[in-house]
Design a protein around this ligand. Structure first.
Ligand SMILES: Nc1nc2c(ncn2[C@@H]2O[C@H](COP(=O)(O)OP(=O)(O)OP(=O)(O)O)[C@@H](O)[C@H]2O)c(=O)[nH]1
Ligand SMILES: [Mg+2]
Length: 216
């Protein structure tokens, strides 16, 4: 029997409620990402927006000069262009897949989530009313992938003045969250690296430190 080579080393599932910023996050990290979406019929908070009706798919590289470093995250195409710079580094391929956020797309989320190694859970910090639905999807995610699946939660849209700070989002959901902005590309790569290091077993979930801690 022919054994197919795995196309990636780790698969990250990006989920969260409607309009939280999942597709934006994936497109920011991989401008060549592919999305199945459609325009929203009405303006969303005064702006034209789209909603995912299938999935988003991007490809990233996690490159590290040594196994103790955080390393860097870049799109696969950026890596291919600058490959020589990373000669001798440990490079892992990441498949990043985004789900639809509308509650009725549960069947699609089930398919997209399958065989994921870890989860980036995106919350819209500027919309406290969405927190209840975010919690519903967080519970669904643990149900689909198991209670022990590594999850990193991003309190997104921190570029907005109206955004609740990550600590306040954490208080509301009783889980640790990282602040970031998918649109302005801050906090996102750090969150992914943290997730990857939890997946590899180098750091413990929910610890605030970016440094390696003993895992017993
Ligand atoms: N200000 C700001 N807006 C953001 C940010 N991330 C996403 N948005 C906006 O939020 C809206 C929804 O973004 P999407 O990335 O489509 O959200 P989604 O979670 O994929 O939405 P669904 O597919 O409908 O579940 C768009 O208008 C984005 O421009 C952010 O970090 N800051
Ligand atoms: Mg989307």
């Amino acid at each position: 029997m022919i054994k197919l080579q795995k196309a990636y080393d780790y698969k990250i599932y990006v989920t969260g409620f409607f309009q939280a910023g999942k597709s934006t996050l994936i497109k920011t990290l991989d401008p060549n990402a592919f999305s199945i979406d459609k325009p929203l019929r009405e303006l969303w908070r005064g702006e034209k927006s789209t909603t995912t009706v299938g999935f988003d798919l991007g490809h990233l590289i996690w490159a590290r000069p040594n196994p103790n470093s955080d390393g860097v995250i870049m799109s696969e195409s950026e890596y291919i262009n600058e490959k020589d710079e990373y000669s001798g580094w440990i490079c892992k391929k990441i498949e990043i897949k985004g789900s639809p956020g509308q509650l009725h797309f549960k069947v699609v989320r089930e398919m997209v989530a399958k065989s994921s190694d870890g989860v980036l859970f995106v919350i819209d910090s500027s919309d406290p009313d969405s927190i209840g639905n975010a919690l519903t999807l967080l519970a669904e995610c643990r149900c689909l992938l198991g209670e022990d699946i590594p999850i990193v939660i991003i309190a997104n849209k921190q570029d907005l003045e109206t955004a609740l700070p990550p600590e306040e989002v954490s208080n509301l959901i009783h889980e640790f969250t990282y602040g970031g902005s998918a649109k302005n590309n801050f906090g996102i790569k750090e969150a992914i690296i943290r997730l990857l290091r939890i997946i590899t077993g180098e750091i413990k979930p929910n610890s605030n430190s970016m440094y390696i801690e003993e895992v017993s």
